[in-house]
Design a protein around this ligand. Structure first.
Ligand SMILES: [Zn+2]
Length: 415
């Protein structure tokens, strides 16, 4: 990939904190033709995004603790290296106690009753996970554990190996800042999935965003003041265990130069964490019969969420609005909305430490939790389920994060 237009300098804004971000707004360079952010955003194409999602789906649902998951980690690392992004791995153990049989497993989780507002058996079910309230019609949600529900024998065969306890690995790569290598933003998505499909949307769609951004920022023609780390979390579906391992191993290393005097910072100080999880499907609420429209709704949007109860909620709120503004300016097709109930994804272990946000196709609690995505953890979460309108929503989320992070890190083009 080349950034070939003859250009220009910097966004000419130095960003330090979320507070200064808000104070300055998204000030545009006077020269919009040569705006480096716009040029970088133009390097994202629908075909490349789709191809990256497709590449991930060759490993089926990439369930943690299986060979197909390890093969996917290897494949992702090879792609990141081919982009020129230097990779490293986090190694950790995952040894959960055996699960008790769950009588409700077959029919799924919170929203048992199809088509009815409110859940099963008198549970206090109007409160969505992460905060907020369920409204209107809810459809069943849950995790498919039945191999026979996957109609494609090839996919069923790939997904057959079950998870076993033991060592886990996850990969990240880093774009080192030129003037402030000691500070960084973390851009993440989870590469593991479940449900006897291909985890194309959950979370091939978010993983592909992180990989595409790693590709564009790693171009030798791109220079950033601050560091960016691109993280492909493992074990999200088991309970955010890969992201938790990263925090546990690396939080205390932040901002330390090592070796002393080298100018190298193995773990730059965290400025913010941005997670991407389920990026393509926004077909609206379930209808009275419990089904969801087969078409992307015209009002589809990117949902940017922070968590209002987090210790760093104030900074996360500002970061979320900065992303919304970046979307207004740079995303080509779909708008973005801000919500305050971020939950159930890898930004969660970061949210009390640094400003952390998630980008999604829908609000996680009151929309996805109410059955807005019928492919969620199901055998239908395969590449062929999605149309270009769906892939385009994911690409617009990529445009949003690319534009925001380029400004936050002072990205510029050498020529
Ligand atoms: Zn997910």
């Amino acid at each position: 990939m080349r950034l070939s237009l003859s250009v220009l300098s910097s966004v000419a804004i130095t960003w330090f904190t979320a507070a200064s971000v808000l104070a300055q707004g998204a000030a545009a360079p006077a020269d919009t033709l040569n705006d480096p952010v716009r040029i970088m955003v133009s390097q994202l194409t629908l075909d490349r995004y789709k191809n990256t999602v497709k590449g991930l789906t060759q490993f089926g649902d990439r369930r943690q603790g299986t060979k197909r998951n390890r093969d996917a980690v290897d494949w992702i690392e090879a792609q990141l290296k081919s982009y020129g992004c230097a990779t490293e791995r986090i190694v950790y153990e995952y040894n959960p106690a055996p699960r008790q049989p769950n009588p409700a497993a077959g029919r799924g989780g919170a929203a048992g009753g199809r088509g009815a507002a409110g859940g099963r058996g008198g549970a206090p079910s109007n409160n969505a996970q992460g905060g907020g309230r369920y409204r209107g019609i809810r459809a069943r949600t849950g995790v498919n554990n039945d191999s026979l529900k996957q109609p494609d024998p090839a996919i069923r065969a790939i997904d057959t190996e079950q998870t076993t306890n033991g060592e886990r690995q996850e990969v990240y790569c880093t774009k080192v800042g030129s003037t402030h290598p000691e500070e960084m933003y973390i851009v993440g998505g989870h590469m593991d999935g479940i449900g006897w499909g291909q985890a194309a949307n959950d979370d091939g769609s978010g993983t592909a965003i992180v990989m595409e951004l790693a590709r564009i920022f790693s171009d030798p023609n791109v220079v950033t003041d601050r560091t960016i780390r691109f993280a492909l979390w493992n074990n999200e579906e088991s309970g955010l265990d890969g992201a938790k391992a990263y925090v546990a191993q690396r939080q205390a290393l932040q901002g330390k130069e090592s070796p002393a005097g080298s100018g190298k910072y193995p773990e730059p100080k965290w400025l913010g964490m941005i997670q991407h999880d389920m990026m393509m499907w926004d077909h609206g609420a379930p209808r009275a019969d419990g089904t969801v429209s087969p078409e992307q709704r015209p009002e589809a949007d990117v949902n940017i969420e922070f968590q209002s109860t987090a210790k760093m909620a104030d900074g996360a709120n500002k970061l979320a609005w900065f992303f919304q503004t970046a979307n207004e300016k740079y995303a080509t097709d779909y708008p973005a909305r801000v919500g305050q109930h971020m939950t159930n994804t890898d930004s969660d272990p970061f949210k009390d430490i640094v400003p952390a946000i998630s980008l999604r196709e829908n609000e996680r609690g009151e929309q996805i939790g109410a059955g807005w995505d019928p492919n969620w953890h199901q055998p239908t979460d395969v590449f062929t389920t999605y149309t270009d309108k769906d892939f385009r929503l994911g690409m617009n989320a990529a445009q949003t994060t690319l534009a925001a992070i380029a400004q936050l890190t002072g990205a510029k083009l050498k020529k």
